[in-house]
Design a protein around this ligand. Sequence first.
Ligand code: TXA
Ligand code: MG
Length: 370
Amino acid sequence: MEVNFQIYHYWRSECAMRGEKMKAWVAKMTEEQLDQEAIRKAGEILKSGGLAAFPTETVYGLGGNAFDAEASQKIYAAKGRPSDNPLIVHIARMEDLEVVARNIPDNARTLAKACWPGPLTMILEKTEAVPKETTGGLNTVAVRFPSNRIAQALILAAGGFVAAPSANTSGRPSPTTAEHVIEDLGDSIDCILDGGMVEIGLESTIVDFTEGTPMILRPGSLNRERLEEILGTVRTDPGLLAQETHTRPKAPGMRYKHYAPNADLTIVEGAEQAVVEKIRALAAKQLACGAKVGIICTDETRQEYPQGDVKSIGARSDEASIARHLYGILREFDGDHVDIIYSEAFDTPKMGQAIMNRLLKAAGHKRIEV
Ligand code: TXA
Ligand code: MG
């Protein structure tokens, strides 16, 4: 079916004016078997100023044409996100970096060669091509070349430059399945490419190259040790390590309370058996008061919790499984309407920094050490 996209957008805006909700169309596919027709249509939608959600290897993104200031404004409106929080420009050809960034330092090029396509976002000086609406008013731009083949095909079909934050409403956990995107944005965007559950489950590592020594603004699966192997010394934004508000993180998005479940979440840290006992005691006390209690544990400790809404996040022996399920579990607890959640800590060797960064934010930094 040929779609005239101008008429399509006119029709959508008419519906919006009448207060009618229009559901996004959804196309299922896999990276091995792309639905070329759906990708072409989604690309046309992006070219003509609409919004399309798509999978990446990290989380689902909500895409708009990166060079279209109005499309960026639509993204902020759909997410309910403050417009001073800049978007990431996604590319799918190495040479397109030059179109959006300038004065690119050699070490940034080295990192791009080593880690792109992949879960890495670099902050660089922006060119005139990128409107300030896309960068939240900044002179710098965040650029990422994702490895997911559906994402790459869509970016190319859209002309090469797609601005995309995570496809959740502001304040909710990032989506790791198309169902999460439908839950949050199904009524406010044009289409969703459904590539199933994502591979990693945490957002990309953000590295800033605009202030001398490269600095991690958001930890991700590409960890500091790996970055240092490639770049030598790397700093971590001191604002990330500070509890709460003492030092402000440089990435605007890391300043907001984020990924917050509706229930009150507390993390219990320490030796495994002591943690289990503490969570059991805390849960028993709350249950006795009539509260609905959620517990986040691992496959290894699942049997240790006799009561409460107990969910295993994955296996400690497979830390990638923990990362992949974190956001989904936080959403499930919202659906279960629990009042309070206790979670074990997950200081796993490779992804522990990124997992704990997200979990601590979700908990508003409430932690108990045993
Ligand atoms: O994995 C990801 O990066 C996903 C997928 C969709 O690619 N995207 C994502 O976008 O997480 P978003 O918008 O949810 O997070 C982008 C983060 C925000 O914290 C934002 O403040 C920061 O990047 N950021 C963007 N541009 C920046 C800039 N010029 N300087 C500093 N921080 C920037
Ligand atoms: Mg986000």
